[in-house]
Design a protein around this ligand. Structure first.
Ligand code: PLP
Length: 474
């Protein structure tokens, strides 16, 4: 493909993306297709000869787009958001164009240096402890961009294991124990599977504690394991659980973890963006100065197109102990910091560039009002739910998430309500289970969501509820 062809196709591509964004409010949020819909539309093997760009673009529109779930739709209220933005997309174009693999400082100096700077910018913006700053790689702490919160959890667990095994015998590996609440994301269990931690404790939470992990529950579990001759080594707390945005008491859990020589990792995958807001910080982000590692995903709610998970450690020593390996062909001198020692793969993309674009093109003030706007919309929705006697809030409204359900009905009625809501295609929600009860979740956070979309969603939900209640004779 010649340079001038790329220029022409690039403009054409931007035009078609702009048309797509204009059409978004009118699209079904979720596609109306069945598994296997693409089979038969795509040839079984790749073409021997080049095909034209125009032909490919036509197929994208005709064959692929019908299978797209529109995560950027203003009426996408499912899961947690995955914000795209034009600044991040533009930066990603440059990143693709450069396609440099910045595993070490020497491999492409700007890759390492911009990442250190952006992680410090983000730490500053979120009011994170000074111990997390890269300080030009002089240590001991610092930040690194991982692909996802799941990768961050694996990396944190590897560091925890390395620290716990210092001075111990290899057989002690089998005695290590990891702890999190039963509300923690499944990435906790996955990390234990990957790292090979067999003793995994999913600690109980209660509705009356708003699904938070109580420190005394953690202490009791650790004590029982110590009595059994095991080695407690890792605790994962969550700020903003996936089900209900519960916030574990990080400071108190840190006290328990520290007393018992456990590494404390805090997963704030979605809610972490809210730390930009001082008013949220004082309520939900206390105690971080006593944790070993902390991560959140700017790709969820901070307009930094997937993938971008920010992970900080207070001391990178154990991380490097776990992951540092330098074959002869990668040896170089004078490095400030080699990010290959802070992650599992060797290769890494230039992801800090999109943070650089996002943080500069929006500015902190705009980012803060963006987050406040979503939280305010969630509050509007929660107030509407609260004012309809047929419904109840299933958990305190936090950040952009509202958990709700029809009151005093069997789970199958709420299940039918969700099916009815999603069948229209005009909005998309998912459910969770809280205390064994089917609960609907509405997560506000799409970049284009406005009051009108939340009001329209509530109207749809009320109408669907009337139909469902009638159908069940309630
Ligand atoms: N932790 C929490 C609290 C989440 O809500 C999620 C996903 O929504 C994850 C972890 C997993 O995120 P990732 O896809 O970045 O691994």
């Amino acid at each position: 493909v010649a340079l001038e062809d790329f220029r022409r196709m690039g403009y054409q591509m931007v035009d078609s993306i702009c048309d797509y964004y204009s059409s978004l409010p009118h699209q079904r949020v979720r596609p109306d297709v069945q598994p296997g819909f693409l089979r038969g539309q795509i040839p079984p093997c790749p073409p021997e000869q080049p095909e034209s760009f125009d032909e490919i673009i036509r197929d994208v529109h005709d064959k692929l787009m019908p299978g797209v779930t529109h995560w950027q739709s203003p009426s996408f209220f499912a899961y947690f958001p995955s914000n795209a933005s034009f600044p991040a997309a533009l930066a990603d174009m440059w990143s693709s164009a450069l396609s440099m693999i910045g595993f070490s400082w020497a491999a492409s100096p700007v890759s390492t240096e911009l990442e250190m700077a952006m992680m410090d910018w983000l730490a500053e913006l979120c009011g994170l402890p000074a111990s997390f700053r890269c300080n030009g790689g002089s240590g001991p702490g610092g930040g690194v961009i991982q692909g996802t919160a799941s990768e961050a959890a694996v990396v944190a667990l590897l560091a925890a294991r390395a620290r716990a095994l210092r001075g111990k015998s290899p057989g002690d590996k089998l005695k290590l124990v990891a702890y999190a609440s039963d509300q923690a994301h499944s990435c906790f269990r996955k990390a234990c599977m990957v790292v090979g931690i067999d003793h995994v404790r999913s600690l109980p939470t209660r509705e009356e504690d708003n699904w938070e992990l109580r420190p005394e529950v953690l202490q009791t579990a650790i004590f029982a394991d110590l009595c059994a001759g095991l080695i407690p080594c890792f605790v994962m707390a969550t700020i903003g659980t996936t089900s209900s945005c519960a916030v574990d008491p990080v400071g108190k859990l840190a006290d328990v973890a520290t007393c018992n020589d456990c590494w404390l990792h805090v997963d704030a995958a979605y809610a972490g963006s809210a730390a930009l807001l001082p008013e949220q910080r004082v309520i939900h982000f206390q105690g971080l100065d006593h944790v070993d590692s902390y991560s959140f995903n700017p790709h969820k709610w901070l307009l930094t197109t997937f993938d971008c998970c920010a992970l900080w450690v207070a001391d990178s020593g154990p991380l490097k102990e776990a992951l540092s390996l330098t074959p002869v062909f990668l040896r170089a001198t004078g490095n400030a910091l080699d990010y290959k020692d802070w992650q599992i793969p060797l290769g890494r993309r230039f992801r800090s560039l999109k943070l650089y674009f996002v943080l500069r093109m929006y500015g902190s003030e705009k980012l803060r009002s963006y987050l406040r706007h979503h939280i305010a919309l969630a509050q509007v929705f929660a107030a509407a739910v609260d004012s309809d006697p047929r419904f109840e809030l299933a958990a305190p409204q936090r950040f952009g998430l509202v958990c709700f359900r029809l009151r005093d009905v069997p789970c199958k009625v709420n299940e039918a309500l969700l099916e009815e809501i999603n069948a229209s295609g005009r909005l998309f929600l998912i459910h969770t289970e809280l205390g064994g009860r089917f609960t609907l979740r509405l997560a506000v956070g799409s970049a284009t969501t406005q009051l009108e979309h939340v009001e329209a969603a509530w109207k749809e939900i009320r109408i669907a509820a009337s139909g469902v209640l009638q159908r069940f004779g309630l």
